[in-house]
Design a protein around this ligand. Sequence first.
Ligand SMILES: [Zn+2]
Length: 511
Amino acid sequence: MRKRLIVSAASALSLFLAVPASAAGFEPGADGLGDPYYPTLGNGGYRVSHYDVRLKYQPATDELEGTTTILATATQDLSRFNLDFALKVSEVRVNGRLAAFATSGDQELEITPARPLPKGSRATVVVRYKDVPSTVERYGGYTAWRRTPDGAVVAGEPVAAGWWFPGNDHPSDKATFDVSVLVPDGTQVISNGVLAGTASRAGWTRYDWREDKPQATYLATLAIGRFDITRDTTAGGLPVYNAYSKDLGENAGAARASVERTGELVDWLSGYFGPYPFSSVGGFVPNVRSSGGLETQTRVFYGPGLFARGSNTSVVVHELAHQWYGDSVSLSRWSDIWLNEGFAQYAQFLWSEHENEGTAQELADYIYAYYPADDPFWSVKPGDPGEENQLSAAVYQRGAVAIQALRNTVGDATFFRILKGWPTERRYGNATVADFRAYAERVAGRRLGDLFTTWLFTPGKPATGPVPPGAPAAGPSAAGTTADRNEGARPAEPKSWRKIQEATAVHAERK
Ligand SMILES: [Zn+2]
């Protein structure tokens, strides 16, 4: 399905006249970055360094008007390139000149600049658009833009950006962001980074947000509505900005009792992961029907349903751990998802240890025994789970047990050096599971291939659990079948298990 829209006869004509003969070797950029799970996410032929997203939003009608300016650099001689975007576009300019554009696929915006872009050249791309985003469905009925009674929220993995700004929508191309949104007076805007300022005029208020560190497009977020805001500074000096919809009802208390712990928990996590990588931290709880969370950079999205059974600091620890494992050090490919979820879950194990609600070893033993050998849980390889299992329980739980197995293999001192050294070594960059393994081997001074193969890349229940040094391996019943499930020998359920389970289940509903 392909729809070609030439902006105007004039711009089409200028296209013909402007292409010099020397452009012969120029070719279109690829419509994707070749991600093994999502081949059309992102685009080839350029890299983005900055997004300037300027919006006007009317909550009463869900009308969104925008102008996004993208600073890009061509990585090949480009006759044409794509952006990922789902909304209706009215005009595109490249380096000041009108450009022809067309749409195709789920969210490909194909742009033909008036003059081709030589490899290494910089391009300023301006896209103007207007749409009602909640009515825009892609990928077979999915919309990332959710209206609320007083506004809207956009947060989603792996795709959400296309409902509010055009871009190179893949975690391997990160950029800084300025997000400026005009809303009716009395409505507030929450986004990533630091609130640089607000200004009101003629019944409208503009909010200017800035994320000054590289950010993946799926980690950009926007919430519009009426919020109670809390601002503070952590003991470590980091600004904290949290926002709670005024409409959270009976979940309001538990939400605040959890998310207000952000400053304390981010300082606590710094002890394991090294200095916090960004200039602000916080979370927001909008009034959407959701029990999910997402590690949107510096400003975590929490669905109110997360707090329907009381406070939940475990999920706050999980999402804050992602600020190091996922946001600062981002995936090179979606198949590397274990680098995000295994470690965020393991941070919950560490929090459980800290709270005396079960050690990481007890949790790992429990998970190992919890799923019988014939449970489909063991058929998923956390190191390459497949698109359909990207957010499955195995990526989180077996993924975290794999980290406990690493800890047992290299010993606590080396393990905690790896845990802290990796986010420092790779800060603001991207990585693969193989990169992590190479780093762990370098720090440990030994080969870890068997460990990674067994726990991350081999379907089936490993013959023994993550055995601590000096302890006997788990008995045969632990590796048994469903029939053995209720027989003795199963470790007692750690106190923290239920909350950890909740944080796993909630992630499954994203996208
Ligand atoms: Zn997560």
